[in-house]
Design a protein around this ligand. Structure first.
Ligand code: GLU
Length: 463
């Protein structure tokens, strides 16, 4: 078998989105599972839509997730040509010209208005979807020459009549489309830029891509690409089209939906664990044969089996995402988290704080936020509260001991036994009176973290 080579080829028109990240991740897992190469390249010919840091955002966020390409614009394989389409326009031109010379592609002279008119006529004739008619344009030879000289033409691929393009999609099985349902399509635009379908075929061929995994919105492009492979007499790669990602209501994720965090950058900035996102994304449209959920990158590479890619849409479940994050947060080394939260407290305090809070947090930012109640303790109790026996008894016992987590726990237990109270009746008064909060982590630890002086001064008010 030839080496497995997959690629992720974003347009740098925006930041790395969940959908793109998932495509990249599946391509990566697929390649790595078979000991192959994962390639990153750019489809940057839509110059007007490109954003300045689009490329960097894609690459940096992939790297943050742990997806490091074997080849990219910064690590090119010289045999594979350039990794940015904008840098290889000459290659596309040369190849398009070859097809024109062979009579497999031709110049089409319609300008925008004429093309719009042709569209309109077909629409008026109730033709369901547009088919280009090469005989439609009637212009004089003079005008044709003028347009030719001025470069006012696009180049279209000449499709054979009634030819079936068929492929075995690794996600969806056999798909076939008749050439008559496509019509001759543009491969080189009048502005001198190749179309996506043409450039992607040239790139995939030059880079010896063995498997193309991409979003299902590209299914309609695949027969066109097969026609281009055929025109060049090149062997096409194997295709697989991943199903869409939806929100919880089953609607396709829209980048404009601001109620959801959809960009990897957002998760990074909020201090999510990249390992958690990697794991979560891998399960958006794929399941492991042994049904496990928590899997490290190495395990995922080992277990990845493309036959288990889902045929139905996958729901982006933020609750599940949070669950994954929490599991991973618990496993993070304390000193790593400490290095991220800029706490002015001493090492021992930081260690206890982080160990306590990482058990329930999904992001580093959440832990950082929790730090505030200790750094800027509330001066007044803002919750309605009645002095009671539990608090005074607890304080009496606590006072008699040195201020350690163990002793705080002993004081809670002794209060419980002495007064015969338990559960909420025991914990709530103590929690409110000491921490000024109704909720928090393990009580003895929370009390300890506030420090003896503050806790005693708060308790003194009740005794
Ligand atoms: N730039 C295309 C996209 O982002 C790549 C399509 C492909 O993988 O062929 O959808």
């Amino acid at each position: 078998m030839n080496k497995i080579r997959t690629r992720y080829a974003p347009s740098p028109t925006g930041y790395l989105h969940i959908g793109g990240a998932r495509t990249a991740l599946f391509c990566y897992l697929f390649a790595k599972h078979y000991g192959g190469d994962f390639i990153f390249r750019l489809e940057d010919t839509d110059v007007e839509r490109n954003v300045v840091d689009g490329e960097a955002s894609q690459l940096n966020n992939l790297a943050w997730l742990g997806i490091i390409p074997d080849e990219s614009p910064f690590k090119p394989n010289p045999k594979c040509g350039k990794y940015r389409q904008s840098e290889k326009l000459d290659v596309y031109h040369e190849l398009v010209n070859k097809l024109v010379k062979k009579g497999l592609a031709y110049k089409a002279y319609e300008n925008t208005e004429e093309l719009a008119k042709q569209h309109q006529e077909q629409e008026d004739a109730k033709i369901a979807s547009f088919r280009y008619d090469p005989t439609w344009l009637k212009i004089s030879d003079e005008e044709k020459n003028r347009r030719d000289k001025a470069g006012e033409y696009s180049i279209r691929l000449k499709l054979p009549k009634n030819k079936v393009y068929e492929w075995e999609d690794i996600v969806r099985g056999k798909i076939s489309v008749n050439s008559d349902d496509i019509g001759d399509f543009v491969i080189m635009k009048s502005d001198g830029y190749p179309t996506y379908n043409f450039a992607v075929v040239v790139d995939d061929h030059q880079m010896q891509i063995s498997h193309v995994l991409r979003g299902e919105e590209h299914i309609t492009n695949t027969p066109k690409q097969l026609a281009i492979y055929e025109a060049f007499n090149w062997t096409p790669p194997i295709f697989g089209h991943l199903t869409i990602i939806t929100n919880m209501e089953g609607k396709k994720l829209s980048k404009r939906d601001k109620t959801m965090k959809q960009f990897i950058e957002d998760y990074k900035n909020e201090g999510y664990c990249p390992e958690a996102i990697f794991n979560f994304l891998a399960l958006l449209g794929w399941t492991s044969a042994d049904k496990s959920e928590m899997m490290s990158q190495e395990e995922l590479v080992k277990k990845f089996d493309y036959t288990r890619l889902s045929k139905s849409p996958s729901k982006f479940d933020i609750v599940k995402m949070e669950w994954f994050s929490k599991q991973y947060m618990k496993q993070l080394p304390n000193n790593f988290i400490i290095s991220k939260i800029s706490s002015p407290k001493d090492d021992n305090w930081n260690e206890i704080f982080v160990e306590t809070y990482k058990q329930h947090s999904s992001t580093i930012n959440q832990i950082k936020e929790e730090l505030k109640i200790y750094l800027y303790p509330k001066a007044n109790l803002e919750i309605p509260f009645q002095e009671n026996n539990v608090v005074t008894t607890f304080f009496k016992i606590l006072r008699s001991k040195s201020f350690t987590i163990e002793n705080i726990q002993v004081a809670i237990d002794e209060t419980k036994n002495l007064l015969n109270v338990k559960g909420k009746d025991l914990f709530m008064p103590i929690r409110i009176a000491t921490t000024y909060e109704e909720h928090g982590p393990e009580l003895a630890k929370a009390i300890y973290l506030f420090g003896k002086d503050l806790v005693f001064s708060r308790l003194e008010k009740w005794s």
